[in-house]
Design a protein around this ligand. Structure first.
Ligand SMILES: NC(=O)c1ccc[n+]([C@@H]2O[C@H](COP(=O)([O-])OP(=O)(O)OC[C@H]3O[C@@H](n4cnc5c(N)ncnc54)[C@H](OP(=O)(O)O)[C@@H]3O)[C@@H](O)[C@H]2O)c1
Ligand SMILES: *[C@@H]1O[C@H](CO)[C@@H](O)[C@H](O)[C@H]1NC(C)=O
Ligand SMILES: *[C@@H]1O[C@H](CO)[C@@H](O)[C@H](O)[C@H]1NC(C)=O
Length: 377
């Protein structure tokens, strides 16, 4: 049996779904000769860990209880019964995680899993990688920090996986890595990597005003609480940066040209959300409609995409042929077109749900299992 000790940072929607997946996949994994042993879980304020990480684990009942407490919005430390577990907070957490890694590296190894949305986990992740332990990320922030941080994090490429950072559970990163490793140069990647903006752009194409579509998307729960978090393009830019760096581009986040779908004078610091929705958004309808008409006169449609080509990496609205994988996109799917020497006329296309707790955490779990050969005993 391969025994994989696991330490989870972040138990929001994705982290909790991961714990549920781990529990429900136990029969499957044991048939494959793998056992996942959760030795600790952190939220933003605390960490619970077993006293002896070499032998014990947080039991499934305990993990389910923990998920329940977290989904009610409480803090980890409000768990009623910690049993044997130890609880850490503040600076003790990083120290304890490093201790766990140092202890386990000599025996089995450790998977440190980042399902937080924090930029503060970078240092710890790098430290753990340098100890020859595995890290798996759903969190984009550590990979989109400075190049210096990035280089440290990926200094041992075999020990890090982050499939779910782009396109959630879709096999985007692994596909690109395989193409690169086969010596097939990728010269262009263009993709719609925001379910929200994919939905918005395909709906406005059918004639509905932009403001109406955004408002409806918000009501349907497709957008962030403040839709400007989606419309800014920042999340797409982080994904674009991860892909560009994978292709070897030595760039920083601020060198990506990002087109925001609202002007600065309608930004969150200037305009309250209510006013943006009621008075700001409708002012944007005419311009978008003009651009749609212009595109459609050429047989094109508009998509909000990331485009990586030569040394360029841009994020924003592009015209694409109506008769292409991107042009045919409807609803909230992600679509990625990859052009390389082998896929030069017709691109390799990856399409499917690019968000959601379920697919995202499934991608994280697959990453963990995929590295099983790195564990000893
Ligand atoms: N949901 C998706 O569809 C999707 C898809 C792809 C990627 N992702 C990425 O997956 C990550 C998790 O997403 P989510 O939707 O689960 O987010 P979420 O619900 O906001 O959960 C974030 C969790 O991280 C914890 N946290 C914050 N700072 C931390 C720190 N310094 N150390 C340890 N834990 C910390 C939070 O603690 P508290 O509970 O105390 O606040 C919370 O439990 C994000 O980075 C997101 O971008 C999500
Ligand atoms: C993901 O989980 C969070 C927290 O439980 C929940 O609010 C959200 O609706 C879930 N998202 C999806 C797409 O299921
Ligand atoms: C139509 O779009 C092209 C870019 O594709 C642009 O150069 C041109 O100015 C636009 N025309 C109008 C009338 O907006």
């Amino acid at each position: 049996m391969v025994n994989i000790p696991l330490l989870l940072m972040g138990c929001g929607g994705v982290g909790r779904q991961l714990l549920h997946h781990i529990i429900s996949c136990r029969p499957l994994h044991s048939k494959q000769g793998v056992v996942l042993r959760v030795v600790g879980v952190c939220d933003s304020k605390s960490m619970v860990a077993v006293p002896d990480v070499l032998t014990s684990e947080l039991g499934d009942q305990f993990l389910l209880q923990l998920c329940k407490v977290k989904s009610s919005g409480s803090s980890l430390r409000e768990l009623a019964n910690f049993g044997e577990c130890q609880v850490f907070s503040g600076e003790e957490i990083a120290q304890k995680v490093a201790d766990v890694a140092a202890t386990l590296r000599k025996s089995s190894g450790l998977a440190l899993v980042d399902c937080s949305a924090s930029s503060q986990t970078i240092e710890l992740l790098s430290q753990v990688v340098s100890l020859d332990c595995c890290v798996v990320l759903a969190n984009k922030k550590p990979l989109t920090s400075s190049l210096e941080d990035y280089d440290k994090l990926v200094s041992k490429p075999r020990w890090i996986r982050h499939e779910s950072t782009v396109g959630a559970g879709l096999p985007v990163i692994s596909t690109i890595n395989r193409i690169i490793q086969s010596g097939d140069p990728i010269f262009r990647i263009i993709g719609s990597l925001s379910g929200t903006l994919g939905y918005v752009m395909s709906e406005v194409e059918s004639g509905r005003p932009f403001s109406e579509v955004v408002t409806a998307a918000k009501k349907l729960g497709y957008t962030e609480p403040d839709p400007r978090d989606d419309l800014s393009g920042m999340d797409v830019a982080r994904k674009a940066l991860i892909l560009a760096r994978l292709l070897g581009h030595r760039i920083e986040l601020d060198s990506i040209k990002i087109e925001s779908l609202y002007p600065v004078e309608m930004g969150p610091v200037v305009m309250p959300l209510e006013e943006f929705l009621a008075n700001g958004l409708p002012l944007l309808d005419k311009d978008i409609q003009k651009r749609i008409d212009n595109a459609s006169s050429k047989g094109n449609v508009l998509r909000y995409v990331c485009l990586i080509e030569e040394s360029r990496c841009n994020v924003g609205i592009q015209e694409v042929p109506k008769d292409s994988a991107l042009g045919r996109l409807e609803g909230s799917d992600n679509v990625l077109e990859i052009y390389s020497r082998c896929y030069s006329e017709q691109p390799l296309v990856i399409q499917g749900a690019g968000a959601g707790n379920d697919t995202t955490s499934a991608g994280v779990l697959a990453d963990i299992i995929d590295m099983q050969d790195l564990y000893r005993g």
